[in-house]
Design a protein around this ligand. Sequence first.
Ligand code: ZN
Length: 435
Amino acid sequence: MSHPSAEDEVVELCSELIRIDTTNPGDHSGPGEREAAEYVAEKLGDVGLEPKIYESHEKRSSVVVRIEGTNPARDALLIHGHLDVVPAQRDDWTRDPFGGEIADGCVWGRGAVDMKDMDAMVLAVMRERLRQGRRPERDVVLAFLADEEAGGTWGAHWLVDNHPELFEGCTEAIGEVGGFSLTLPNDQRLYLIETAEKGLAWMRLTATGTAGHGSMVHRDNAVTALAAAVGRLGEHEFPIQLTKTVRAFLEQVCEANGTEFDPDDVEKTVEDLGPLKRMIGATLRNTLNPTVLASGYKANVIPQTAIAQVDGRFLPGHEEEFFDTVDELLGEQVSREFVHHDIAVETEWEGPLVEAMAAALRAHDPQARPVPYCLSGGTDAKSFSTLGMKCYGFAPLKLPKDLDFSGMFHGIDERVPVDGLRFGVRVLDHFLDHI
Ligand SMILES: [Zn+2]
């Protein structure tokens, strides 16, 4: 029986995964990941593997399998991807977000870049390699996870807490939001490999006052106190603090631009990054963005409490000062609790694995300039780093110069270039030969 090549199969796999709706609304009210997990398990089973499905809650499923390497003396490598996607409003889209259509040289749909593309690339590459009997030297653990889009509580965090044995011997991991290309105005092509992530603090703020009639003199108003605190938080600008990753990234951008790196004017360097400047700009400092306000029920009734939510993000190494500042800004009358809290991570831009990623990119794009960068958001790397793994974002994609890639994440008309998927397959295959 003849099989399609990995480069051909990846397009079909990506499209089929998109057609399985795995919307994660942040609670258990969505369709869950079970169907996608069964699909992935079947594709892995086809080539002689025995993947296991782990269910943390009804329909919240992850798939894990270990592929034995040829050299048992080596440590293992984890390759992880998530199966869930954020919601999509069908009416806003040019094409059906769950149609997996292939048009205009792209695969369209929710998850096309976040991150059914990488799931499909990993499946396609491993299926081809195993059919050809090409095992990597190291053990490779593949994990396709539930719930990343809601912080991984029912996916990566749950597996790390309940089944750490699955990741035994894994010293490094590769996952999402890295390995993609960014073409500078002078046509230099960077490939951003994630080596750090900001930490996150989604907080619920509560102001408590005295309830009363809106017509009377009233000094203890919860709405007033909350609004003032939210205003202080939203307007606060943290100082620029260059972490080692952000500094290395900016230095490399300057080198590619042929300019001198000026640590006192980093915002100018970030300006040159096109659509990516909003994401990279957020890695220069801690940030706070108010996102939810809720209070009261009638114009003439002063409520006893007022509630807000704030999305806070802190740089690696700056968590403590971040919360000190938050508490100072909140003042006496407003308390905070976490809706979700997770660590910042940062690892080194050196060693054989980094070299293998860089070499694989250069082998398939001679113009490639691999660079480390810090992600302003978070991924399942946070969970796996707690097991001591060095985590990298490496889901290689060569992208057209004009594509607003960062805008595709959770965006309308999310799509991935077919050529990008094929490129990613070639790069991952090369990479796995050299791990
Ligand atoms: Zn993602």
